[in-house]
Design a binder for this molecule. Structure first.
Ligand SMILES: [Zn+2]
Length: 109
């Protein structure tokens, strides 16, 4: 059986920590998780070539965008994935355990 998350915690508000059943401990910057969101909308965004900045326009950030990104909710889906809701209102990302084992960085447990 592949390793399962044994415990989730937030060592700091912008970092998620997962202790895995095989003893591995990984930490994930919330920003990195958000950028790695595998949902169709985000994948489409990633595959589009970056547009050159339009110097005639000015992007005004919304209040949500100015807030540091947080995890609002993280819910297991069966024993294969997690649904993560972020504080920017995005909550359609399904993070498989496989993906979570690749993201983040291993820290000493
Ligand atoms: Zn997404």
């Amino acid at each position: 059986m592949s390793p399962q998350p044994a415990g989730l915690s937030l060592p700091s508000p912008d970092r998620l920590q997962i202790d895995w059943s095989d003893g591995m401990r990984r930490q994930y910057p919330i920003k990195q998780l958000r950028e790695a969101c595998p949902c169709a909308t985000c994948r489409e965004k990633h595959s589009q070539p970056a547009k050159p900045a339009d110097l005639r326009s000015l992007k005004i950030l919304t209040n949500e965008e100015l807030q540091p990104l947080r995890i609002v909710k993280m819910q297991p889906l069966g024993n294969y994935a997690y649904n993560i809701a972020f504080s920017d209102g995005h909550d359609t990302g399904i993070f498989t355990l496989e993906l979570l084992r690749e993201l983040g960085e291993q820290v000493a447990s």
